[in-house]
Design a protein around this ligand. Sequence first.
Ligand code: CXF
Ligand code: ZN
Length: 370
Amino acid sequence: MNIHAAVTRSPRAPFSLETLQLEPPRAGEILVRVVATGICHTDIAMRDQLLPTPQPVVLGHEGSGIVEQVGPGVAKVKPGDHVVMTFNSCGHCPSCFDGEASYCHEFFPRNFLGTRADGSSGLSKDSEPVHGNIFGQSSFASHALCHERNIVKVPQTAPLELLGPLACGVQTGAGAVLNALGVVPGSSIAVFGVGSVGLSAIMASVVAGATTIIAVDRHATRLAMAEELGATHVCLSDNPEMEQRIVQVTNDLGVDYALDTTGIAAVIQQAVAVLAPRGSCGILGASAPGSLMELDLAHMMSAGRSLRGIVEGDAHSDTFIPTLIRLYQQGRFPFDRLVTFYDFHQINQAIDDAEHGRVIKPIVRHSRDV
Ligand code: CXF
Ligand code: ZN
């Protein structure tokens, strides 16, 4: 079938809006009519070849939509179901067997390589191959092929055009707090970097009952938003007394949890430095392979502090995304506050606005006549 798609043809260049051809779903695949797709920094990293995703390619990995057709053997969803598309995984490695699909041993090829396992993508432009299957979806398009393992059914009572970011950025921040760190009532947490992932972590910290929630960022506007969403304290990252201030507001104890969303070694060092004894620091920002950081080993070991990587918030997406939707519907997780909507044909403007910090979480949505 012919579809409309935003095609990424070269680094740092605008996407081109084109008509492509999409194969029908194979066994285990699902054809989704895309309603809207969030834009994540990882899309920009793939465009700019900070991740070695081959081009030309259709990016997009926070898609929401309606099931149009299912391939042979699909039992999880049926035509008409409302769904979001999350990260893909193999289903047969030790992590997947343990139900921890975000640590799939095939995470990289299943999400970033732009093809199915057999080298095909399902997408083409006349006779030219176009890479697809990014995060098992490539949802910067009117239609996407995804898989049973990365499709998540969502309730029809929720606003479908809003839900895509739950499938990556929002579940990453909220899941880091609720699943990976296991923030408990009455505890303290510092979140370093409050873009869409960090703000999701702030909202989740409120849900978890943390009573000291500290936001750190270089932008005052982001800190103001963090306060509106429940941060009890905020601090500009260039404040030379930031570490002392964080320790001070925790009665000289340090924080029980720290979360870094930046991937910057100097920031992670600060996050670790302000940990209380037995405190845990999670890192979830993408750093270039080979990035190194100095760590005070005595500080870590002698008081049982820990540092760990977190991917996609340790989410079991089939249950965690509906959980976040219920919290949203109760007014306890207002992630819609992060979102700015654009028409799909404005995707380059949306990306430019995100890159320049003019918006927090852009979503591109299709008009109904597509
Ligand atoms: C990614 C970020 C880089 C590491 C793997 C998961 N998440 C999606 O944007
Ligand atoms: Zn993402």
